[in-house]
Design a protein around this ligand. Structure first.
Ligand code: SF4
Ligand code: F3S
Length: 106
């Protein structure tokens, strides 16, 4: 499955959700996740993310491995999102800042 990683936090551009053919994105306050059992590995979302936050599970960088579990956990409790919305107001400012996991609102 594909995985949403650190750089989505506090950006949440949501371009990704619009292209997903199986609507397997789930939304929290400042982050999105992919449901690993619903994702069909089509790869369409990966190039759509302006923040470069989406990776195939096998390609998730070492420092981001924790996000594989985070996507699995939070996709079970968050609500589905299938339509694009405005990014978070400070998205540009936060895009590219490292180690945003501490800001994740669950
Ligand atoms: Fe959806 Fe395809 Fe991205 Fe999986 S890889 S989350 S199925 S768009
Ligand atoms: Fe997040 Fe990128 Fe989607 S910032 S909301 S994974 S387009």
């Amino acid at each position: 499955a594909f995985v949403v990683t650190d750089n989505c936090i506090r950006c949440k551009y949501t371009d990704c959700v619009e292209v997903c053919p199986v609507d397997c994105f789930y939304e929290g306050e400042n982050f999105l996740v992919i449901h690993p059992d619903e994702c069909i590995d089509c790869g369409l979302c990966e190039p759509e993310c302006p923040a470069g936050a989406i990776f195939l599970d096998d390609d998730v960088p070492e420092s981001q491995q924790i996000f594989i579990d985070i996507n699995a956990e939070l996709s079970e409790i968050w609500s589905n999102i299938s339509e694009r919305k405005e990014p978070l107001p400070d998205a540009q400012e936060w895009d590219g800042k490292p180690n945003k996991l501490k800001y994740l609102i669950k």
